[in-house]
Design a binder for this molecule. Structure first.
Ligand SMILES: Cc1cc2nc3c(=O)[nH]c(=O)nc-3n(C[C@H](O)[C@H](O)[C@H](O)COP(=O)(O)OP(=O)(O)OC[C@H]3O[C@@H](n4cnc5c(N)ncnc54)[C@H](O)[C@@H]3O)c2cc1C
Length: 392
């Protein structure tokens, strides 16, 4: 006998969103996760993800008033390469959109999602999942507090080192990049005009993303040794480095926020579902932070999983798992390859690859239909959006 219909392991953004989507339709859902820590990252959430927040009745409200819209995205070739790509500018108004998305601090998003999930009746258990076994038409998950809970299905949203992925016997392809990303935020004396800028540099993208008033968040990808040196600098020294890297385009840099570094790696699960376990978020795929794709893909995992679970008599049946695996892999794997290629074209310093990147960006610059196609793909705005992501 199952204790609930669905267990969600992990209370990151993917797990919380999935739990809230299921509970909104009345499904008995339990989230198992340890207490949350601090995270200085912000996430650029594109229109379909914003629509999901609207569907959960937590957008606009506080999330909108304390965040910033992204109306333009710029890509600047700052590689110093022989083969310079033209600078690209994408405007949301070209797609008749108010904004491509909004830049939301995780420190703001996570408590709002959690409160909404609680209001919708999700049960929270503060523990980690230590294992799982599928038996007699149910999944039995063991917890760090020496208890066990059962459900018809488990959503593994327990991050890149997913215990539940391993328990389901799902293999992964993993790789690392000679890069570390530093996430922080800063104030600047000039306005950002709601423009996010991705400076393509030899060690990877250096991306500023607007926050309210004259502040921006930063994801700075660097070689590990240089990143380590930057992490040990005091705020004044780091502000001076940011000043140099932004070429003064945002004026004087000051008032840095907390910072955290992330070694860059990639991961693809070879199957996205098995034995009454469905993988969502970074348990399923990890990509470097280029083009704000990671969490937007993760929320789409959550929304598709919710659609399939809510339509099924047995959410853990082979049919549900097979459909989730087929639909998500068809979307996720090519996207991961593209992000990997873009990152490597900067990182490897390999002239033919740099040439291909310059050529590709030149084509996007001069060919409007291609530019529009790239914008729509970047937004993950496709015809087969899950229900919660469709504009009403
Ligand atoms: C620097 C940086 C910038 C980024 N910027 C963007 C961006 O602008 N836009 C975007 O779309 N994406 C962005 N991303 C990607 C995005 O942050 C991730 O995709 C997202 O945080 C992943 O969410 P998640 O819920 O899958 O995993 P996580 O946030 O890792 O959550 C995992 C959860 O599982 C819990 N957990 C772990 N082990 C267990 C266990 N055994 N049992 C139960 N619970 C467990 C953890 O405590 C946590 O609650 C960025 C990533 C980086 C590194």
């Amino acid at each position: 006998m199952a204790d609930c219909k669905v267990i969600v392991a992990g209370a990151g953004p993917a797990g919380l969103a999935a739990a809230a989507l299921l509970a909104k339709e009345g499904l008995a859902t339990t989230v198992v996760a340890p207490a949350a820590g601090e995270d200085p990252r912000t996430v650029a959430l594109m229109q379909p993800s914003i629509q999901l927040l609207r569907y959960l009745d937590i957008w606009p409200g506080k999330l909108e008033s304390e965040t910033s819209p992204l109306r333009k995205l710029r890509i600047i070739d700052d590689t110093g390469s022989l083969l310079v790509a033209p600078n690209l500018e994408f405007a949301s108004q070209d797609l008749n959109l108010e904004a491509f998305g909004w830049n939301v601090p995780l420190a703001l998003l996570l408590p709002v999602l959690r409160r909404r999930a609680e209001d919708l009746g999700v049960t929270f258990v503060e523990a980690t999942a230590t294992g799982a076994v599928s038996r007699d038409g149910a999944i039995h998950v063991t917890l760090s507090n020496s208890t066990e809970i059962s459900a018809t299905l488990c959503l593994a949203a327990d991050g890149a080192n997913s215990v539940l992925r391993k328990a389901a016997g799902i293999a992964t392809d993993t790789w690392s990049y000679d890069q570390t990303a530093i996430a922080t935020s800063f104030a600047h004396s000039m306005g950002h005009d709601n423009i996010s800028t991705e400076y393509h540099k030899p060690a990877g993208p250096f991306t500023t993303v607007p926050l309210p008033e004259n502040r921006s968040s930063l994801v700075w990808m660097e070689r590990p040794a240089r990143a380590e040196a930057l992490m040990t600098m005091d705020d004044k020294q780091l502000a001076a480095e940011i000043q140099i890297e932004t070429h003064g385009e945002l004026g004087l840099i000051s008032n840095l926020g907390p910072r955290k570094s992330f070694p860059m790696k990639g991961l693809t699960a070879r199957q996205l579902a098995r034995d009454r376990v469905i993988l969502i978020g970074e348990a399923a795929h990890v990509v470097p932070p280029i083009g704000a794709q990671g969490l937007n893909m993760s929320l789409r995992d959550a929304a598709l999983a919710a659609d399939l679970i809510l339509a099924a008599k047995d959410p853990g049946s082979a049919g549900v798992l097979a459909e989730y695996n087929a639909v998500r892999r068809a979307e996720v794997v090519p996207r991961q390859h593209l992000i990997d290629l873009m990152n490597k074209s900067l990182l490897l310093g390999f002239l033919p690859l740099e040439g291909a990147r310059a050529l590709g960006l030149t084509a996007v610059h001069y060919f409007a239909p291609l530019k529009r196609f790239i914008m729509e793909r970047g937004l993950q705005q496709t015809d087969n959006l899950p229900f919660a992501m469709r504009a009403s």
